[in-house]
Design a protein around this ligand. Structure first.
Ligand SMILES: Nc1ncnc2c1ncn2[C@@H]1O[C@H](COP(=O)(O)OP(=O)(O)OP(=O)(O)O)[C@@H](O)[C@H]1O
Length: 228
């Protein structure tokens, strides 16, 4: 694995929770615009790796360089500023604000950055069009289907133009048809903006949308050559 030209590189990550070793020397790298699937059995350390890469969890050992900057040693304020400015997140479920309409949900990150309501909702709607959910802008998350809700969540994650999109089992709560459509739209949208995507999944069908797969086992990662 050559890290040259990589946007995000991690080396030798270790993380323990009490007696449990979640990461045991994991490595990772991703280029701008690349979609990398992180696969592996339950409990192998996939989510912990994603959380370390995204600056949500601090590793006990190892280095993480994002765009030339070491993030593993940044303080909380620096890491949360980086998350807000450069990263987007999609999780399995539960991430939309139930009291807001779908378009307000998508516009929220822009509103928090100080964008006016009108401009934020205009940009939000254009992202919702790309994710084919512009017709449900005025509905609340409780009134839309699971697949529509995930597409709204993807639009919200991309609305600020992140350079890395972190997606942890983004289709885990969807049936396979809806899951595939979400993956198709998510990867198309990310590629069109040259955002890198770190995609945690245990489904080969979902990983098939990636450019490259790595497998995490017992807290260690290795590249998997796709047999095509
Ligand atoms: N906050 C935590 N406190 C204690 N143990 C944790 C914590 N987070 C993760 N672990 C443990 O670390 C190990 C790796 O967990 P992790 O969630 O990274 O695995 P995973 O591969 O994402 O699993 P899954 O596919 O089931 O989501 C597991 O044994 C888990 O129980």
């Amino acid at each position: 694995m050559s890290p040259s030209g990589s946007l995000l590189v991690a080396e030798g990550l270790r993380k323990t929770y009490g007696p449990t070793t979640a990461l045991d020397g994991a490595d990772f790298s991703i280029h701008p615009g690349e979609v990398v699937a992180v696969m592996g059995p339950s409990g192998s350390g996939k989510s912990t790796l994603l959380h370390c890469l995204a600056g949500i969890v601090t590793p006990d050992e190892g280095s993480i360089r994002y765009d030339g900057r070491e993030t593993a040693t940044m303080n909380d304020a620096q890491r949360s500023a980086l998350r807000r400015s450069d990263f987007g997140f999609v999780f399995q479920f539960g991430q939309l604000v139930p009291e807001l309409t779908c378009v307000e949900n998508v516009a929220l990150p822009l509103r928090l950055n100080g964008t006016s309501r009108k401009a934020a909702e205009r940009t939000a709607l254009s992202w919702m069009e790309r994710l084919e959910v512009d017709g449900i802008g005025r509905k609340r998350p409780g009134e839309v289907s699971g697949g529509q809700g995930q597409r709204v969540a993807v639009a919200r994650a991309l609305v600020t133009g992140p350079r890395v999109l972190f997606a942890d089992e983004p289709t885990g709560a969807l049936d396979s048809l809806n899951g595939e459509r979400v993956m198709e739209l998510l990867t198309d949208a990310a590629r069109s903006t040259n955002a890198a995507v770190v995609l945690v999944t245990h489904e080969a069908r979902v990983a098939a949308y990636s450019d490259r797969e790595i497998v995490v086992r017992d807290g260690r990662s290795r590249d998997m050559e796709r047999a095509v």
